[in-house]
Design a protein around this ligand. Structure first.
Ligand code: B12
Length: 536
């Protein structure tokens, strides 16, 4: 059978101009590859199906091309894959357009957001035939065998001929992840460029970049995260041998850099030790990065990890106030954070990153300032201070429902900056002011007290980015609030600004009628910005 898989995303999160191409002629995208559809594609191809992938970040295949190809090639199934609440509006609009263009094609949706809200999504998107929950590998194979009658396909939510909503039983989580082939990375004509995550999109390396998933899930109870629900509180992993074999394949394919998208890579010391030893033994030269908790029992393995090519280690630090950490149910201490960062730097990990959140429930101005003071004590190379947001499926969402701050029936497809709905949080403007002030102080502190560390990092950026863009990254916090993209941002397209995030949140709050228009407008706006950047 023929399957089309589309990775739906908000293109604003991707910044490299469309005309830029890798040496092999492929369009370059700054961001992560769509490893979800790549995983499904290899499973489909191994089973003898035909599979064509599209990524909405690919300027060569805008939606019109995807629609045209659906009309021309008439696939048996179109699978739309998207991760988060932020990309749901795009998935909804695309599903509608596909239905309008091809009345009979079967459409399936999958990914974290769809998995957590299946009935609601199915009712709101009647154009979609199947909402698929959880792991998709076996599910999509089973679905292809029962497209006409999916009653027996575990993990599918659908509507029968009478219009009755059917929510098939869930699929038991498979622990044997080694059974699946490596993702089909070569099936999509795109090359990816590695940048710092989310709010610091500075280019890290121009080596061929990809992501890898070596484990799924995280058992910790942080109130802002929905991963424990998505994975039923379980953590499952691939064997070290399977992971090392994938690295060997990637090395043969010319990749130079890999980032693990595991929810908690640092969970099991014996497995990590075996992976690192395997990478060293097989002479893998690929540099890699991962994220994990600071209280990891793997800390003594940091030197071995560095030796095995671990260049980047990202910690979910969240706050420098123990009170806030406890409120977020982070179950980690400030001492553990300091120990983890110090040990990672001592071990020779080149880039140690701290993810922080501000605008947390019950966080006072003093707590927030304490977070920045704490960050300046840590030997972090890079850091990001994002506003805490709330998503359905998380314990925090449930708390807000109980407190009457969100309405589960009408808000389920929205997400909010916590500061815009929770009265125990400082107002957004206040947070912005304190954050800007403290960020400036932190940057000056880094420049004066740790000039070597800062220069090493800047040298890395300068290797791959125009000097003016790097300079702009540094001075941006000193420029005050800007309206819309500044000239320099237009030039680099490598600097995200807060408005993009706010616009993404607002988009999820629009009525369906306004949605299509808003997306069209924002795409037109982006095309204008891009054209200006390319003109220069
Ligand atoms: C990597 C990652 C990113 C990358 C994006 C990578 C990409 N290609 O787009 C970056 C860093 C850019 C990112 C950004 C954001 N992310 Co993110 N991200 C992740 C992370 C850690 C891993 C995703 C991944 O690669 N998984 C591996 C692949 C193999 O799994 P998968 O895609 O889920 O696919 C499997 C199944 O879902 C299923 N499946 C998927 N699609 C389909 C389709 C069909 C038809 C079928 C049958 C099956 C199926 O089959 C696949 C194989 O089993 C997840 C956490 C997680 N575990 O999912 C968070 C996560 C998805 N992100 C999250 C968030 C909030 C965001 C941001 C909004 C953050 C922000 N404020 O900016 C942005 C939004 C970006 C966007 N436009 O969507 C939340 C989403 C919560 C929610 N309810 O919305 C998550 C769950 C993290 C969390 N702990 O809460 N993210």
């Amino acid at each position: 059978m023929k399957v089309f898989l589309v990775h739906v995303r908000d293109p604003q999160f991707y910044a490299i101009p469309s005309k830029r191409r890798a040496k092999n002629g492929r369009v370059q995208v700054m961001g992560f590859p769509p490893i979800g559809i790549m995983s499904l594609s290899s499973v489909l191809k191994r089973a003898g199906h035909e599979c064509v992938m599209f990524d909405q970040a690919d300027a060569d295949t805008p939606d019109e091309v995807i629609l045209r190809e659906i009309g021309r090639q008439r696939p048996d199934l179109v699978g739309l894959s998207f991760l988060s609440t932020t990309s749901y509006p795009y998935a909804k609009v695309l599903a509608r357009q596909i239905r309008a263009a091809a009345a009979r094609v079967k459409i399936a949706l999958g990914g974290v957001f769809a998995s957590l809200n299946p009935q609601l999504v199915k009712l709101q998107c009647p154009e979609v035939d199947f909402v698929c929950r959880g792991d998709g590998e076996q599910l999509i194979l089973d679905l292809l065998e029962r497209l006409g009658d999916p009653a027996g396909v575990l993990g599918v939510t659908w509507q029968d001929a009478d219009g009755t909503l059917r929510h098939n039983d869930s699929r038991p989580l498979t622990r044997d992840l080694d059974q699946w082939p490596f993702p089909d990375r070569e099936g999509l004509a795109l090359d990816f460029v590695e940048s710092m995550p989310l709010d610091v999109p500075a280019v890290l390396s121009l080596e061929r970049f990809t992501t890898m998933q070596t484990s799924r899930g995280c058992p910790w109870p942080c109130v802002f995260c929905d991963i424990p629900i998505f994975n039923e509180g379980k953590w499952r992993s691939r064997s070290p041998e399977h992971v090392v074999a994938e690295f060997e394949q990637l090395q043969r394919d010319g990749y130079g850099s890999v980032y693990f998208v595991d929810d908690h890579f640092l969970l099991q010391p014996r497995r990590i030790e075996a992976i690192c030893k395997g990478l060293i033994e097989k002479k893998i030269t690929i540099q890699w990065g991962c994220e994990g908790r600071v209280d990891s029992v793997c800390m003594q393995l940091f030197p071995l990890m560095a030796q095995a090519g671990c260049r980047t280690l990202m910690f979910g630090i969240e706050s420098g106030s123990q009170k806030v950490l406890d409120r977020l149910k982070k179950e980690q201490t400030l001492e553990e954070i300091e120990a983890a960062v110090t040990n990672a730097k001592r071990a020779g990990i080149q880039i140690v990153h701290g993810f922080f959140v501000v605008g947390c429930p019950d966080e006072t101005e003093e707590d927030m300032r304490q977070t920045f003071r704490f960050a300046s004590r840590l030997r972090l190379d890079t850091f990001a201070f994002n506003r805490l947001c709330v998503y359905r499926g998380t314990p925090l969402w449930q708390e807000y429902v109980r407190r009457g701050l969100v309405d589960d029936a009408s808000d389920w497809y929205k997400y909010f900056k916590c500061s815009s709905i929770d009265p125990t949080i400082l107002p957004g403007e206040e947070i912005h002011r304190i954050r800007s002030e403290e960020l400036r102080r932190l940057i000056i502190h880094k420049l004066i007290r740790h000039p070597g560390q800062t220069l090493t990092l800047l040298r890395r950026f300068v290797r791959h980015m125009p000097l003016r863009d790097v300079a702009y990254l540094l001075v941006k916090p000193f420029l005050g609030r800007t309206q819309g993209p500044t000239k320099a941002e237009v030039v680099s397209r490598a600097v995200e600004h807060e408005q993009v995030k706010s616009a993404a949140a607002e988009l999820t709050q629009l009525s369906d009628a306004a949605l299509e228009h808003a997306i069209r407008e924002s795409r037109a706006e982006r095309a204008r910005i891009q054209a200006m950047a390319e003109e220069r």
